[in-house]
Design a protein around this ligand. Structure first.
Ligand SMILES: Nc1ncnc2c1ncn2[C@@H]1O[C@H](COP(=O)(O)OP(=O)(O)OP(=O)(O)O)[C@@H](O)[C@H]1O
Length: 908
């Protein structure tokens, strides 16, 4: 049977640097693996094995608890919400952790389950030397109570299985932050452990500093107290850890020399107590005798008598009954001696003056400051009670402090979060402000560009207006010029017409010659009538005069012929003009064709040049050119029509002229015939005059008749002449007009040629048109740009407004969130205060939800030797027992074994 089952306290420590295998040793890498399970599972198995092997009169209850000491706080690993448990001490239980959950277990499986749960709650962390370094000291406590059912005696043993945190050097493990804090705490508690061991082993220290750390306080009994302690030293095999290994070994060496005082924790039965009482009473009697003997010797000494050494009273002689009675002392001396005793207070010195019989005195001084008197039991109890109370208070305060700390941490975290959020919002705001600024800048730029564009537009408009005004002025000038030209042309025309008419009339005036001849004829006729009434008539009618008239007539005929020739020439001219017109028309057609070709060419060039610039410009250009072309063509057609009508008119006039010429010729012929008739009559008269000598009266009559005939003929001739002259004048006017119109046509033709043929003009026109196009497109572009800019500005403004609204909303939300958070914080604080108040008001009750199944004691009966007659119900303590699964080690005692034990045994 292992010692703990006998009622001894036991402790198994594993000490060593981090990563040296302490946890591996104590718990193992896998508690379910037979080969890799550690000391704790193995001991647990041994315990239950021993219980199975124990006599059946022994009833066992096994409790386990599992704690860890982390950052100088005791955490219950089976109920992790209890994370700061106080250490108490009292006379009955010794040192214990208050409020610790102890789970009753009845099998190894249950122990393992407890281990697993506890392990999962342990705090481990990664260090450079161990991926799962224990950051705390873990203590697995197995408490075994055994009751001897035959005499009712009780024994209890408690086994501490300790896996210490690694003794480590901070530099090597690379600890930082929280791990560094943990390391400091671990080192502190391990230092306290070292100090306790030093104090226990150096032999000089009177005070052992168990209370310096929770670890040493809990393990107080294990270190130099009532415990059988085993220390396992774990060391690293690596030379890298040489220093740590040495230090660990030194620690082990020192610890080895600690002497513990292990005793069985037993509660005696009534009979045993009675026997003990009896024995004690007997002892008291004998001690009384002994005291009497001693007092006798003392009184002898006090009385100044000397007692020989062989008669000294010793316990040895007394117990052997070899004491001899001493002589009676002197009473006066004894009284004097007792009066010499002086009572002194702590801090002063005590003088013990002995009134020795030889008169000499000895003085012994004891300083009570350095050596306090040992506490008596009551005082100690009082002290422990007070200490426990203080520990409770301290734990409570620590818990509150921890809560406050965590609350503060939560608040700090929240504050951090809020600050972060605020920072984010600030950044966002900054970003938005920057964007806003950018947008404003862009807006300003756009506004500026727009203003500039507007200015440009205005400048262009002004330029346009100027150009329009210039064009108008030019047009007006042109109109004026045209007008003046027209006027001057008209004036010139009139002048030219007058000149031509004058010239023509001068050239073509047959009347002047006729008139002169007529005058001459009239004169000669007059002379004939006045100076030579009869005789002179013969003279007047001489052949010479007739010849003159004939010549004159021939001249007139010649002139008429010349006129006819001129008319012929004019007809020829007219024909030529007609030809020229036809030529002009054909030329015009050619020109039109050329112009069309040129237009097509220009369009093609423009198309090529503006390829990709959009067909709209091209279509516009084409349309405009077509319009220009059609307008020009219309103008030309109208002009041609005009020319045609002019030509027709001229033809008509020419026809009229030809008709009048014919009329003139007819008149001329008539005149010639009448002249011939006159000639004939004159010659006949002359013949008559010459052949016959007629009487005077007849002659007068004939003369009178001739005269009359001649005057009538002359009158006829006058009228005819007048008509002819008028007709001729008209015709001349028409000819002049025709010539003038021909000149005009020529000029127009030349103009047309100038307009149409000059390539430079065409180029210029094309250039101007292109310029106009470009200007129009630029204007269009500017207008479009302006529109786009305006649209963009409007959009940017809208965006700006939206963003402003968003910023406003975000700010509102932020404010709202902040106010909500503040309200929540207040609410939370109030709730916390309320909770704290309630906690303070309510007595603290341990929470045992984690192990409901371990709260009821599960007594286990030893399955080894002897029969017992105790009824199951008496030991069951209200636990469910299952008769069917009770262990059946031997048929005789099978019914008396605990179901739990049987269950466990059955499992094995
Ligand atoms: N004897 C061994 N055989 C096999 N593996 C071992 C042995 N000793 C330790 N290990 C392994 O070494 C590693 C560290 O061991 P362990 O966690 O037990 O060290 P530790 O001393 O408890 O460290 P810490 O103090 O940091 O908790 C573990 O992975 C463990 O499995």
């Amino acid at each position: 049977m292992i010692e703990v089952l006998k009622g001894y306290n036991g402790t198994v420590f594993a000490y060593g640097q981090t990563g040296s295998g302490k946890t591996y040793t104590m718990m193992g890498s896998n508690i379910d693996d037979e080969a890799n399970k550690g000391v704790i599972p193995r001991i647990s198995e041994q315990i239950f094995d021993s219980i199975v092997e124990a006599p059946s009169n022994l009833e066992f209850t096994v409790k386990v608890s599992y704690i860890e000491i982390y950052m100088e706080k005791i955490r219950d690993l089976l109920n992790p919400t209890n994370d700061n448990l106080p250490v108490h001490e009292d006379k009955q239980r010794g040192v214990y952790v208050k409020g610790l959950l102890e789970v009753y277990v009845a099998s190894v499986g249950e122990v393992f389950e407890v281990m697993r749960r506890g392990q999962s709650a342990r705090i481990v962390a990664y260090t450079a030397m161990n991926a799962e370094s224990s950051r705390s000291h873990s203590i697995f406590v197995i408490t075994i109570n055994q009751k001897d059912l035959t005499n009712g005696s009780n024994r209890s043993g408690r086994l501490y299985l300790v896996d210490l945190a690694g003794s480590e050097k901070v530099g090597k493990t690379g600890a930082s932050g929280q791990t560094l804090e943990e390391a400091k705490m671990i080192n502190k508690s391990l230092t306290a452990l070292g100090m306790v061991i030093n104090a226990l082993t150096d032999g000089k220290s009177k005070h052992v500093p168990y209370r310096d750390s929770k670890l040493t306080r809990i393990l107080q009994e294990s270190l130099g107290g009532n415990s059988r302690t085993t220390l396992i030293i774990n060391s690293s095999p690596s030379s890298f850890n040489e220093a740590e290994t040495l230090s660990t070994l030194r620690f082990g060496m020192r610890a080895k020399s600690i002497k513990n005082k292990a005793k069985i924790n037993a509660e005696l039965s009534a009979n045993e107590l009675k026997a003990l009482l009896k024995k004690s009473e007997l002892q008291i009697v004998s001690f009384k005798d002994y005291i009497v003997a001693l007092e006798g010797e003392v009184s002898l000494w006090r009385a100044g008598s000397a007692v020989p050494p062989e008669r000294f009273v010793t316990f040895d002689k007394f117990s052997k009954g070899e004491l001899q009675p001493l002589p009676a002392p002197n009473g006066a001396e004894a009284a004097a001696m007792s009066a010499a005793t002086e009572i002194v207070r702590p801090g002063s010195t005590v003088s013990l003056a002995s009134a020795a019989t030889n008169g000499s005195s000895a003085s012994v001084k004891v300083d009570l400051r350095t050596s306090s008197p040992p506490l008596d039991n009551d005082e100690k109890e009082e002290f422990l009670k007070r200490e426990n109370e203080l520990m409770d208070d301290l734990t409570k305060k620590e818990s509150e402090l921890e809560k406050e700390r965590s609350f503060t941490k939560t608040l700090t975290d929240e504050l951090e979060l809020l600050k972060k959020r605020e920072g984010e919002i600030f950044d966002e705001n900054k970003e938005l402000t920057a964007t806003l600024h950018d947008l404003k800048m862009q807006l300003e730029k756009i506004t500026f560009a727009s203003a500039e564009t507007e200015i440009n537009m205005e400048a262009l408009k002004e330029k346009n207006l100027e150009l329009s005004a210039e064009i108008d002025a030019l047009r007006a000038q042109l109109d004026e010029m045209e007008k003046s030209k027209k006027y001057s042309d008209e004036e010139d025309k009139e002048k030219r017409r007058a000149e031509k008419m004058a010239q023509m009339m001068a050239e073509l005036d047959p009347t002047s010659a006729i008139s002169e001849k007529e005058k001459a004829v009239r004169q000669s006729l007059q002379n004939l009538l006045q100076e030579l009434p009869t005789a002179q008539l013969d003279a007047a009618l001489e052949s010479q005069d007739l010849d003159v008239v004939t010549r004159e007539l021939a001249n007139a005929k010649k002139q008429l012929e010349a006129l006819t020739a001129q008319l012929k020439n004019m007809t020829l001219d007219n024909e030529m003009l007609t030809k020229k017109r036809a030529e002009l028309e054909s030329r015009l057609t050619t020109l039109e064709l050329e112009y069309e070709d040129l237009l097509d060419k220009t369009i093609q060039e423009e198309e090529q040049r503006l390829h990709g610039d959009g067909t709209e410009h091209l279509v516009d250009l084409k349309e405009r050119l077509e319009q220009q072309y059609s307008s020009k063509r219309d103008a030309y057609v109208a002009e041609i029509e005009q020319l045609k009508t002019g030509l027709l008119k001229k033809n008509e006039e020419l026809a009229e002229l030809a008709a009048s010429k014919e009329a003139l010729e007819a008149a001329n012929e008539a005149l010639t015939s009448s002249l011939n008739a006159a000639k004939r009559e004159a010659s006949a008269a002359l013949g008559k005059l010459a052949a016959l000598d007629k009487p005077e009266s007849e002659k007068d009559k004939d003369l009178e008749r001739i005269k009359k005939t001649m005057s009538a003929q002359l009158q006829e001739f006058d009228a005819m002449k007048k008509a002819l002259m008028k007709d001729l004048q008209n015709r001349c006017e028409k000819v002049v007009e025709l010539e003038l119109s021909l000149d005009e046509i020529r000029e127009q033709y030349n103009n047309m040629l100038r307009n149409n043929n000059i390539k430079a003009t065409q180029k210029k026109m094309a250039f101007l048109e292109r310029n106009l196009e470009q200007l129009t497109s630029v204007q269009k572009q500017l207008v479009e740009q302006n529109t786009t800019l305006k649209r963009e500005i409007a959009m940017a403004e809208r965006k700006l407004v939206t963003r402003n609204e968003r910023i406003q909303t975000l700010e509102d939300m932020l404010e709202e969130t902040q106010s909500k958070l503040a309200a929540q914080k207040l609410n939370f604080e109030a709730q916390l205060k309320e909770l704290q108040r309630k906690i303070r008001e309510q007595p603290q009750q341990p929470v045992h939800q984690a192990f409901t199944w371990g709260r009821i004691a599960k007594p286990l009966r030893g399955g080894g030797a002897g029969n017992i007659s105790v009824v199951d119900d008496a030991i069951g303590g209200g636990i469910d027992f299952d008769d069917d699964i009770r262990p059946r080690r031997s048929d005789s005692n099978a019914a008396k074994r605990s179901s739990w034990l049987g269950f466990m045994a059955g499992k094995r």
